[in-house]
Design a protein around this ligand. Structure first.
Ligand SMILES: NC(=O)c1ccc[n+]([C@@H]2O[C@H](COP(=O)([O-])OP(=O)(O)OC[C@H]3O[C@@H](n4cnc5c(N)ncnc54)[C@H](OP(=O)(O)O)[C@@H]3O)[C@@H](O)[C@H]2O)c1
Length: 338
């Protein structure tokens, strides 16, 4: 990386590098370890993991081995859905804390707005007070979830990590974050690599002399958001880091702003029929069906929170009884862990 990432200041006064390495599906063990070591060598100072990614140990080991001072590195992990609740959140945190073995965690997020999100966040508030966590936040929360959390606990999360790229701009949620003074963190900022050949992105890459990935990331950082692109390839990690030495013009930003089509590659919030079609998934509203439909859609379907009678606003994890399959979906289409 030729330039170092600026930081954003969180509402609790801590700072967070605007660029991080995401390690979801980076591969447990050596692949994650290698990617984190490469990123730190290349100048990244921020790593985004989660208990459900199964690689907290590898991240911790890579950070410890890197030779970069601990205080110079920002590490995020997340509370998984099955661990939500006050006591269970504290126990899950202890497990993540031990797995990372870094002395403290910079940012701990409630991964999804599950039914026990408020109790979970109360546990996070205490973890921050204990000093084991520097900052606390949420992920995949809507404006309504943020309002509820602030009202119930009196504490505003510092960060909301949501899926964001030009094809999915979630303006209602980013506006709610601004209203609450919550920093916005963009996950899947490369649309999981599946929109690199979009003609507008390709044109802007040519105009700026940059790559499509750099154009997508630059669009997000110019909005003031934190980005956490994932790659396990050193050359791409480096490429994704070279985004702080050029600017997009207002016209170029506008051209990307115009691409919003509710296109979701991650699990995020509920898929609309339009979003499912854009993502090449089955547009049926049948519960749990996020099947890929088009030839270019590589079967990353995620069932959504569409269970009839589900408590309003409660995000439901995509689970079904052990050993059973979603009707019509092959095991290969099982939802990825994140
Ligand atoms: N909070 C949540 O619910 C949530 C959900 C999803 C993701 N996340 C976080 O956000 C991170 C990033 O999101 P993501 O992994 O979903 O997707 P992403 O960063 O948008 O895209 C990753 C994909 O793009 C490829 N890629 C990376 N750099 C590239 C480049 N320069 N040119 C072409 N292709 C490139 C990667 O392949 P290679 O690895 O082969 O390079 C990978 O297939 C995750 O790792 C995770 O930490 C959080």
């Amino acid at each position: 990386m030729t330039t170092s990432a600026p930081t954003v200041t969180l509402r609790d006064g801590n700072t967070m590098p605007q660029l991080g390495l995401g390690v979801w599906e980076a591969g447990r063990g050596e692949p994650t370890y290698r990617a984190v070591r490469d990123a730190l060598e290349l100048g990244y100072r921020h790593i985004d993991t989660a208990k459900i990614y199964g690689n907290e140990k590898d991240v911790g080991r890579a950070v410890r081995d890197s030779g970069v001072p601990r205080e110079a590195i920002f590490v995020t992990t997340k509370l998984w859905n099955a661990d939500q609740g006050y006591d269970t959140a504290k126990r899950a945190f202890e497990a993540s804390f031990r797995a990372l073995d870094l002395g403290y965690i910079d940012l701990y997020l409630v991964h999804f707005p599950e039914r026990k999100r408020v109790e979970s966040f109360r546990a996070l508030i205490e973890l921050k007070e204990s000093g084991q966590v520097r900052s606390i936040g949420v992920s995949n929360f809507t404006g309504r979830h943020l309002d509820e959390l602030v009202e119930a606990t009196g504490v505003t999360p510092s960060v909301n990590q949501i899926e964001l790229h030009p094809f999915l701009q979630q303006r209602d949620i980013t506006a709610a974050c601004v209203r609450h003074g919550v920093a916005v963190e963009a996950y899947s900022p490369l649309a999981r690599g599946r929109r690199m050949d979009h003609p507008v992105v390709a044109r802007l890459a040519q105009e700026t002399g940059r790559t499509p990935a750099q154009v997508l990331l630059r669009w997000a950082v110019e909005k003031g958001w934190v980005v956490i692109p994932k790659s396990v390839r050193r050359e791409r990690i480096e490429e994704n880091g070279r985004i702080f030495d050029f600017r997009l013009s207002a016209d170029q930003q506008g051209a990307l702003d115009a691409l919003d089509e509710d296109y979701r590659r991650g699990v995020g919030q509920r898929l609309t029929a339009r979003g499912r079609r854009a993502a090449g998934r089955c547009s049926s509203s049948r519960r749990g069906c996020g099947r890929a439909t088009g030839s270019g859609a590589p079967g990353r379907g995620r069932p959504r929170s569409t269970r009839r009678g589900a408590r309003a606003g409660a995000w439901r994890p995509p689970s079904r009884p052990r050993g059973t399959r979603r009707p019509g979906c092959s095991p290969a289409r099982r939802p990825p862990r994140r």
